[in-house]
Design a protein around this ligand. Structure first.
Ligand code: SAM
Length: 385
């Protein structure tokens, strides 16, 4: 049942100004026949040295404008100002519920409230703030389903602090490449999340022509074509920036089988400062294990098909981590998302330090010799010289 807009906004106001329970709010779109002064505004509490503030990020199609307003001062004015703008919808997430207000053609408010389920909360009634709001126009354009969204969201939670850790380049946009991008859920979501914090150029690479066509038209639809490009071709051959320019960040989410190895090998050859790769299937090593009896007494593990398969997964990623370390990366291997959203939930997070040691190479060689295998990444790195 539609409500008078003023009543709906008055009910939102205390939620927006609640420093303890607001997680994030987004105002976007426009009311019929009216245009707000900015295309989108986002509000969230942030903890600064001087205490908790309401952070307001306003987008006007150029660079975002960020202000941090004290709760005992200008926060209320900022909220009132934004509520006076003719936005077409508000999406407010608190620690316990989400509230959406959509303005109808008649200028009334359609209000939808939903209590968060346990899965969305963390302990002590706190909620993990979403990196991207559920109603972000991006998701409508992509049509991404629940599990893919959760994977992408979880991936972004790893990506954003890692980018802060390596730092952004001065005087040019951050260059990110998504290798094996498929339908580009991660590519677009990463662009969205990263560009809020500074300029970004993103290239998605996939061997499928249809993926490039579809993704390029979505980039154009979202108005991002200047910053998000797609290339058709193999990871091994992709030349994503012209001249000597190399990426700052390599992403690979569920690139099939040895495509993950291709992505890691490219990252090593480019000496990329940050690599985030969540591998998919691991057939290469599984095949090699089938042909090997394995070292005693561990051969027993490789005897059974399902155990051999799992062992193949674990060994492949252990080899990948070791080889990255051998090539000057600090590597963390983490579970980035709950297994109910994908069984392929291992993430290799590698930050280039340039430091390595003979011990790392010795450990790698010992494990490869013991199992009588040559991981594909080793072959690629050796071929690259
Ligand atoms: C399982 S999909 C994952 C797509 C996307 N990253 C995601 O998580 O939604 C793997 C993608 O990798 C692409 N791919 C596989 N091998 C490739 C290669 N060697 N070079 C480029 N793309 C590859 C496939 O075409 C496919 O779109």
């Amino acid at each position: 049942m539609p409500l008078p807009l003023d009543d709906a906004l008055a009910a939102l106001r205390p939620l927006l100004l609640d420093p303890q329970h607001l997680v994030r709010a987004v105002a976007a779109g426009r009311q019929r026949g009216r245009t707000p002064s900015v295309t989108r505004a986002e509000l969230r509490p942030v903890d600064l040295k001087t205490g908790r503030h309401l952070q307001v990020v306003e987008h006007d199609g150029r660079s975002p404008r960020t202000t941090n307003e004290p709760y005992d001062g200008a926060a209320a004015d900022a909220v009132d100002r934004l509520m006076g703008e003719p936005f077409g919808n508000w999406h407010v997430q608190t620690t316990t519920e989400t509230v959406q207000v959509r303005v109808t053609k008649r200028g009334e408010a359609q209000v939808h409230r939903e209590a968060l389920d346990q899965d969305q909360r963390t302990g002590h009634d706190r909620v993990k703030p979403r990196v991207l709001a559920d109603d972000d126009p991006l998701f409508r354009a992509l049509g991404a389903g629940g599990d893919k969204r959760r994977q992408v969201e979880a991936f972004l939670r790893q990506l954003l602090p890692a980018v802060e850790e390596i730092g952004r380049p001065e005087g040019r946009p951050l260059r990110v490449v998504d290798l094996g991008c498929g339908n580009a859920y991660l590519t677009f979501a990463a662009y969205r999340a990263l560009e809020e914090r500074g300029p970004v150029e993103l290239v998605g690479v996939d061997v499928r022509e249809r993926a490039r066509e579809r993704n390029s038209s979505i980039a154009a639809e979202l108005g991002w074509a200047e910053h998000v490009r797609f290339q058709e071709g193999t990871i091994a051959d992709a030349s994503v920036w012209s001249g000597d320019a190399t990426p700052d960040v390599v992403l690979a989410l569920h690139a099939c089988d040895t495509a993950t190895d291709e992505a890691l090998a490219r990252a090593v050859s480019w000496q990329v400062p940050l690599v985030l790769a969540a591998p998919c299937c691991h057939h290469d090593l599984q095949r090699q294990l089938s042909a090997s009896s394995g070292p005693e007494p561990y051969g027993l593990v490789a005897r059974h098909g399902i155990l051999r398969e799992r062992l193949g997964d674990v060994l492949t990623d252990a080899f990948r981590a070791a080889l990255l370390r051998e090539h000057g990366y600090r590597v963390d291997v983490v579970e980035f998302v709950d297994s109910k959203h994908t069984p392929r939930n291992t993430l290799l997070k590698a930050v280039r330090t340039g430091a390595t040691s003979p011990e790392v190479a010795r450990e790698y060689a010992g494990l490869a010799r013991a199992w009588g295998v040559t991981p594909y990444l080793r072959t690629l790195l050796d071929d690259a010289g």
